[in-house]
Write a protein that binds this ligand. Structure first.
Ligand code: SAH
Length: 190
């Protein structure tokens, strides 16, 4: 069965075009950042955030040669301080939880994730896609999952949201949420 992270990659590849702008809100080891860089090509731009220096260093190494990538060692909840004001993003990726191979104490948390999600969605252009991988089985992940699901469920009508997760798993399985901006923000009549 396809993993949540694999499906996120497939959907991003299908959505992004050469020259698009994209955001990796949790670069971690940089797998999503590279995918975004390859998808938007050298004429595009990719912004990446992570709190940990080790994650930024690992990602920096992985994206070597992709000069369209800019990395920030900062919390994604502060993305407005770093992104160009008029940035319109065609693709946004969140991969929550902890950095594989590093401390499991440094995890994303409900408050900052939801703040960042709100800010990122403001910059998502019509037809653009946001993917978010949740880990309800990780310690602390259940609280964050519940909060993010509730936030996503209550998004306005300019967005369409879908969920993918393994259905017959005994333990809570990683889950993919996909959010598309389907209408301009001002077009909110029924
Ligand atoms: N995409 C990665 C996995 C991401 S792990 C991969 O390819 O495997 C989640 C990452 O989120 C960790 O590296 C952690 O340091 C980072 N993180 C935690 N809180 C954050 C915050 N507020 N802002 C940005 N990054 C954060």
């Amino acid at each position: 069965m396809m993993r949540a992270t694999e499906l996120a990659h497939l959907l991003m590849r299908r959505t992004l075009k050469s020259g698009d702008w994209a955001l990796d809100a949790t670069v971690g080891n940089g797998h999503d950042t590279v995918l975004l860089a390859e998808s938007v090509g050298p004429s595009g731009r990719v912004f990446g955030f992570d709190l940990q220096a080790t994650a930024i260093a690992a990602t920096d190494k992985r994206v070597e040669g992709h000069s369209q990538v800019t990395l920030f060692q900062a919390g994604h909840e502060r993305l407005s301080d770093y992104l160009p004001e008029d940035s319109q993003l065609a693709g946004i990726m969140f991969n929550l939880g902890y950095l594989p191979g590093a401390s499991q104490e440094i995890i994303t948390s409900a408050d900052t994730t939801i703040a960042a999600l709100g800010l990122a969605l403001e910059r998502l252009k019509v037809g653009g896609l946001l993917t978010l991988v949740l880990y309800p089985g990780h310690r602390g992940g259940d609280i964050e999952t519940t909060a993010v699901r509730a936030f996503t469920k209550n998004l306005g009508r300019q967005f369409t949201a879908a969920q993918f997760m393994r259905f017959n798993s005994e333990r809570p399985a990683p889950e993919l949420l996909v959010i598309e901006r389907t209408r301009p923000i001002f077009e909110n009549q029924p």
